[in-house]
Design a protein around this ligand. Structure first.
Ligand SMILES: Nc1ncnc2c1ncn2[C@@H]1O[C@H](COP(=O)(O)OP(=O)(O)OP(=O)(O)O)[C@@H](O)[C@H]1O
Ligand SMILES: [Mg+2]
Length: 293
């Protein structure tokens, strides 16, 4: 696989405050990396260093194999960026701003622009200062997605979009991904990350604390099992990997380390299964763990 982005041991200090301690991850072509973590964890700081807007205090970062500080001009020709709070020139219309962004980027795809304006239901003739937050966000998104880039860096791009527009966004991101492009998606909308991300990177206090596919991350955690057996279900409490065991009559509910699921199934079979239900942790379960420390 082609590595589009490679960040290694990235550090950033603002004066005495160290915002990034150790950020390491990669983004491959044709994949979406979901970048999540609590407020102030360092997502936007990582993104701003990637864009070459702010300098690093340590570590390295490359895009297309080029150093992001030495060769930012060459890199930016092939990168689209959407911030979470799009700032616009108030006296221009949305359409004019989109065209300006596209020109600055050396063209862009007119047909795609028109299709996106229609899909996102944006009125391009209105002046930017009259747009609502969601509509400002759409202008930024349409401008960025209309350009054929190899890497799309999206920092909370859907903040302010309504649920229908969120779906349009997700479909457009999937199309870009299927075209082989790379996408970095920072978001607090976990359902969005769950649907789109091939890999999730969780950052907390300037450090990557977890990274992998959703399946890999789920493997590290526990599923919730509900079981009903013919013989006394109490025996299940002693199976390795079983936690928080609660019994009501012939019913039991407990959590189990995913690598021990097989042993749980075996024991349940011995007791005579009447009901067995295993629910994997949601991204929210995984995320909340890191929120709460
Ligand atoms: N220019 C700056 N000067 C000083 N401190 C800064 C600066 N920019 C960011 N920080 C600090 O760095 C830390 C990381 O901020 P950052 O904006 O990267 O967080 P984030 O993960 O994007 O959070 P959010 O989810 O709220 O967008 C915060 O403690 C923030 O206050
Ligand atoms: Mg941020």
């Amino acid at each position: 696989m082609t590595e589009i982005v490679k960040i290694q041991g990235l550090q950033k200090k603002f004066g005495k405050f160290q915002a990034l301690h150790d950020v390491t991850f990669t983004i491959e072509a044709g994949s979406v990396v979901g970048f999540i973590g609590p407020n102030g964890a360092g997502k936007s700081t990582t993104i701003r260093t990637l864009l070459g807007i702010i300098n690093r205090s340590g570590g390295s970062a490359t895009i297309f194999g080029k150093d992001v500080w030495q060769e930012s001009l060459a890199i930016h020709k092939r990168v689209s960026y959407v911030p979470g709070d799009v700032a616009l020139w108030g006296n221009l219309t949305g359409g004019e701003i989109i065209d300006l962004f596209m020109k600055l980027h050396g063209g862009g795809n007119q047909a795609k622009r028109d299709r996106l304006i229609e899909r996102f239901e944006l009125d391009p003739k209105k002046k930017a200062k009259s747009y609502s937050k969601g509509n400002r966000q759409k202008v930024g998104l349409i401008a960025a997605l209309s350009v054929d880039s190899d890497l799309y860096i999206l920092d909370e791009p859907t903040s302010g979009l309504d649920p229908l527009m969120e779906i349009v966004f997700q479909e457009e991101v999937e199309e870009i991904k299927n075209a082989g492009k790379a996408i970095l998606l920072s978001s607090h909308i976990l359902s969005e990350v769950e649907r789109l991300a091939d890999k999730v990177v969780i950052i907390r206090q300037g450090r990557v604390v977890e990274a992998g596919t959703l399946d890999e991350l789920r493997h590290l955690t526990r599923s919730t099992v509900t079981v009903e057996t013919t013989a006394d279900v109490a025996a299940m409490a002693n199976v390795p990997g079983v936690h928080d065991f609660k019994q009501t009559g012939s019913h039991a509910v407990f959590s189990v380390d995913n690598q021990h699921l097989n042993g749980v199934l075996e024991e349940a079979t011995k007791l005579g299964v009447k009901k067995f239900e295993s629910v994997p942790p949601t991204l929210e379960d995984l995320f909340m763990r890191h929120y709460q420390g």
